[in-house]
Design a protein around this ligand. Structure first.
Ligand code: ADP
Ligand code: GLC
Length: 491
């Protein structure tokens, strides 16, 4: 298509979200905010990513940012004015515009508590749109991510409707429905200064007294997406719907599931400088042993390439199925099986994993921290990765695992179901071991099935390792689905 090569006809897409690798990342949202814009650039889109300029962004990136301008913006009822600075950084063709305001973004972490976060992200959502107008850059699509950007579709159709950016269509992607941005109506009204009707039941109102940003954003967005087809169906049910299932059923005509990919350059075992030994499909079986031995040494585990190493890399929250793992950890670990946990979060889980490490010294490692480099080494050095989530909108760790030849052991929910084809011992097909019922004994059986292939039918295990490395987990297909969607919304 010749016209796509013409600068002027490129689709202009604005991404608005609260985190983005490598500047700030707490989970998969950060990965998607990094990888999807890059994949869209490959499809000839003009993409700008709007992010808060948090104090915690590493200095090396702050130093590269260039001042693009500043202005004052009304935010609250009563017309309180706030400073908006725009600091820009260009990386591999993607333009990152950081919204600067010391009052809102001076904390060490992106998220603090809802009482502070509601004003912070109200400000951020409005300032991002105001910055687009200020820079005279009018997107075709504003693609918003999670509750922190859920006011954007509302602002577009209210305050900004008569302005240039008001021409844009909005897409709101649900990465995790559990988090919605809820507070009392007066607090939300004060900070957002959004017209009164938006606080009615079809939009933001929830229960008697609350305003829900996600709920309002879903109603106002031109299109809703979520990060797998299965999750798109699940959130319309009571169990997974987080009290918005009826609202989502009502809006189901504009809801689609598009599965996430990963950035295959960022996650590439052939070039990954953090690994003890890089490898490809051709030498994975040998080189994985070197990575395993290095990992065992680093983490104080008994060094033995013949032991099965099960990895778990996760935010430590009940979403991730950790209650199941805790219930059976004593039984999983044996003389031939080790478990490595990397994660932070809920202190109960942090402490229980520390406890298991103390009673199974040399067999269990609980690395309670956030550590990018170690994550790479665990993906490469483990034989299998546990992802037994209670719910999982998409999940990226199972995709990274497959790319590194590490067999995923997953519960069939959300994106885990859509991305891991269960191993079939009759046909010798599939990519991982899966289970359905959220029950410790069912996970235990599933891990035992994996163990029996690993210890009893190693050739088949090794074939699965190579099969997994060959799976296309890139963003290519899904990015083109997003592009089709953008074109449908704005032809
Ligand atoms: P979620 O977004 O629900 O946390 P995902 O599977 O989508 O789950 O993404 C998690 C991302 O965060 C992956 O890139 C994973 O490697 C990374 N990650 C999670 N916990 C840690 C940790 N403790 N240290 C390093 N990386 C982590
Ligand atoms: C969320 C979900 C996770 C998903 C990620 C990126 O944090 O919990 O399943 O992969 O967002 O979309």
């Amino acid at each position: 298509m010749g016209e796509q090569n013409n600068q002027d006809t490129r689709r202009r897409i604005a991404f608005v979200g609260s985190e983005c690798y490598p500047f700030v990342k707490t989970g998969g949202l950060g990965d998607v905010m990094y990888a999807l814009p890059r994949a869209l650039i490959e499809q000839d889109c003009d993409v700008r990513v709007f992010l808060p300029k948090y104090a915690c962004i590493p200095q090396k990136y702050k130093e590269k940012m260039v001042y693009r301008g500043s202005f004052m913006m009304n935010l609250c009822q009563g017309g309180r004015e706030f400073f908006v600075g725009i600091m820009e950084l260009v990386m591999d063709g993607v333009i990152y515009d950081f919204i600067e305001n010391e009052e809102f973004f001076s904390w060490g972490n992106p998220y603090t508590d809802l009482f502070a976060d509601i004003p912070k992200y109200s400000y951020f959502s409005k300032a991002s749109l105001a910055a687009m107008n200020f820079m005279e850059w009018t997107p075709d699509i504003v693609h918003c991510h999670d509750w922190q950007a859920a006011l954007v579709p509302i602002y577009l159709k209210t305050h900004f409707a008569p302005t240039p950016v008001g021409q844009a269509r909005s897409v709101l992607t649900i990465h995790n429905l559990r988090f919605q941005g809820i507070c009392g109506i007066p607090h939300m009204k004060y900070w957002t200064d959004i017209p009164g009707y938006v606080f009615d039941y079809p939009y933001m109102k929830q229960g008697e007294d609350d305003a829900n940003m996600m709920k309002g954003g879903l109603a106002f967005a031109d299109c809703i997406t979520t990060v797998s087809q299965t999750y798109a169906g699940e959130i319309q049910t009571g169990f997974y719907g987080e009290r918005l299932d009826d609202h989502l059923r009502y809006h189901s005509g504009k809801l689609v599931g598009i599965v996430n990919g990963i950035d295959v350059e960022q996650w590439n075992s052939e070039t990954d400088a953090l690994l003890a030994a890089t490898y490809s499909e051709a030498d994975v079986i040998e080189k994985k042993k070197a990575n395993k031995l290095a990992l065992q040494e680093k983490l104080g585990l008994v060094q033995d390439e013949n032991k099965l190493v099960l990895g778990l890399i996760s935010r430590l929250t009940n979403q991730k199925g950790l209650d199941l793992v805790n219930a059976i950890l004593n039984d999983i670990v044996d003389d031939n099986t080790q478990v490595v946990v990397l994660g932070t979060g809920d202190p109960n889980y942090e402490n229980s994993f520390r406890y298991y490490e103390s009673v199974h010294k040399g067999k269990v490692c609980a690395y309670i921290s956030y550590n990018e480099a170690l994550a790479h080494q665990i993906y490469a050095g483990s034989d299998a990765l546990l992802v037994p989530s209670l719910f999982e909108p998409c999940g990226l760790t199972q995709l990274i695992a497959m790319r590194y030849g590490t067999i995923p052991i997953v519960r069939e929910t959300g994106g885990l179901k859509d991305t891991v084809q269960p191993y079939n011992e009759n046909t010798n097909e599939g990519n991982g071991f899966t289970f359905i019922d959220y029950d410790p004994s069912v996970l235990f059986d599933c891990i035992n099935r994996a163990k029996s292939v690993y210890f009893g039918e190693r050739e088949r295990w090794d074939e699965m390792v190579r099969r997994d490395m060959a799976v296309d987990v890139s963003w290519k297909k899904s990015a083109s689905e997003y592009l089709d969607l953008y074109k449908k919304l704005k032809g």
